[in-house]
Write a protein that binds this ligand. Structure first.
Ligand code: GLU
Length: 444
């Protein structure tokens, strides 16, 4: 059977690291099994859904490298949802209720006060046809609840193992609101059935939903797909991320200079039995992916760790992977990349490092006599990576300096910086003319 998975974001905000992780996990399982990945936009909440968020989510997924094979928008599938609702109404599994929010709330308060669980008491089930007609005549419109079996629903979760939820402890869920609009629960099941979804992989905040939805799957088509609920992301110190998720959008990560593959690597590996390490391509992540590696403990998201991973990824990128971007940034080519990549924390740093090669740099000269001696010893060109070693050896012999007292003033004179790329790689790029000018204190 072909694996078909789906990622189903609601277009009510930007894609954040939490739901991006869900997207990546679904994408990896689809690719690993040569299956299909459905991107489904859950836009039934017409008040909160916005086309611009849909566009932003699509952009972020593209940036991340998560491509979809199938696409659907729930708002365009209303007839299928309606047809399913009609079937459930016909069997009595979907029943009309007329209580107002206020009445329901009072009832809940009374239940809590008398020590009972605040579960909907199904009062609406005992309304007669006349009662309903009278309520409608008063102008009331029904909302519709799904009649749960009040039995234990069990499934073998691909991450959590055996899960059992007694639906007797749950209120019959409202599937259709008073104004006729569907809540998320039913359209999701109908779409999962129609797109022949084989695995539903989502956050563990949906575990209770799953028990309800399994009952709806069974009512509509007899069987439910496989489920896997992954633990949610938490902050480095164990704090819930939910409140900060707005500030952890992929858009922001991109603006902060995080490489898509650094984000993808981090989100694919956090909370798994694999170490968090940089991967340069999605194919490598797919190769290493296995559902069994996803742990049950919460997965951490630590922006500092991601920044660190981003640097590590840049350090291992070959020139071919960045050639176009270097050209676009109007900086040097392969030898420049090889000279500076180990110093990058963000790709954009190349722009800041390029002047070290082409100037202008205003040198910092602390000991003029020492630097003048070093300038006199500059070897003739052609220069290569061995030049720095030969030159500094000669300077050491002539001046009697070594270690930091030898290298640090030379670095300051040549680059005007305390730290930076390895000088043995940088020096041939700077070239003799410019190096000599800087050693003479000229801006070059
Ligand atoms: N739109 C739902 C959400 O974002 C999808 C949940 C699901 O995967 O079924 O929470």
């Amino acid at each position: 059977m072909t694996t078909i998975v789906r990622f189903a974001p609601s277009p009510t905000g930007l894609l954040h690291v939490g739901n991006a992780r869900t997207a990546i996990l679904n994408f990896l399982i689809a690719r690993k099994n040569s299956g299909k990945f459905l991107l489904r936009i859950d836009d039934t909440d017409t008040e909160r859904s916005k086309p611009e968020y849909e566009t932003a989510i699509l952009d972020s997924l593209k940036w991340l490298g998560v491509s979809h094979d199938l696409f659907a928008r729930q708002s365009e599938r209303a007839p299928a949802h309606q047809e399913a609702a009609d079937r459930l109404k016909a069997t009595g599994q979907l029943y009309p209720c007329y209580e107002s929010a206020l009445e329901l709330d009072r009832r809940r308060q009374r239940q809590i006060a008398s020590g009972k669980p605040p579960v909907y008491d199904r009062a609406a089930l005992s309304l007669s046809a006349e009662d309903r007609a009278r309520l409608e005549a008063e102008g009331r419109r029904p909302h519709w609840r799904f009649k749960l079996s009040q039995k234990k629903v069990a499934w073998k979760d691909l991450i959590r193992g055996e899960v059992e939820i007694d639906t007797a402890h749950l209120s019959d869920p409202v599937l259709i609101r008073e104004d006729g609009r569907f809540l998320y629960t039913l359209p999701s099941v109908v779409d999962d059935v129609d797109f022949a979804i084989t695995h539903i992989i989502r956050g563990e905040d949906h575990v209770t939903n799953t028990a309800v939805q399994i009952e709806i799957f069974e009512a509509l088509c007899g069987t439910a797909p496989a489920f896997a609920h992954h633990p949610l992301l938490i902050g480095a110190g164990g704090e819930a991320l939910s409140k900060r998720l707005g500030s952890l959008s992929l858009k922001l990560l991109a603006e902060d200079g995080i490489e898509p593959m650094a984000a993808a690597s981090y989100l694919a590996k956090t909370g798994t039995s694999d170490p968090i390490a940089p991967f340069a391509t999605m194919d490598e992540l797919v190769a290493g992916f296995a559902m069994e590696k996803i742990g049950r403990a919460p997965a951490h998201f630590d922006p500092a760790e991601l920044a660190n991973l981003n640097a590590k990824l840049l350090h291992l990128l070959p020139f071919a992977a960045v050639e176009d971007r270097l050209a676009e940034a109007q900086v040097g080519g392969e030898s420049f990349w090889e000279a500076v990549k180990a110093n990058l924390t963000r790709f954009a740093d190349v722009k800041d490092l390029w002047p070290l090669v082409v100037g202008p740099i205003t040198p910092v000269i602390e000991d003029a006599a020492f630097i003048a001696a070093a300038a006199d010893l500059l070897p003739p060109e052609p220069w290569d990576e061995a030049t720095w070693g030969l030159w500094t050896k000669a300077v050491a012999a002539a001046t009697g300096t070594k270690g930091k007292t030898l290298f640090h003033p030379l670095r300051l004179a040549l680059t005007a910086r305390e730290h930076g790329p390895e000088l043995k790689k940088l020096l041939p790029l700077i070239g003799r003319t410019r190096a000599l000018a800087r050693l003479k204190g000229e801006t070059a």
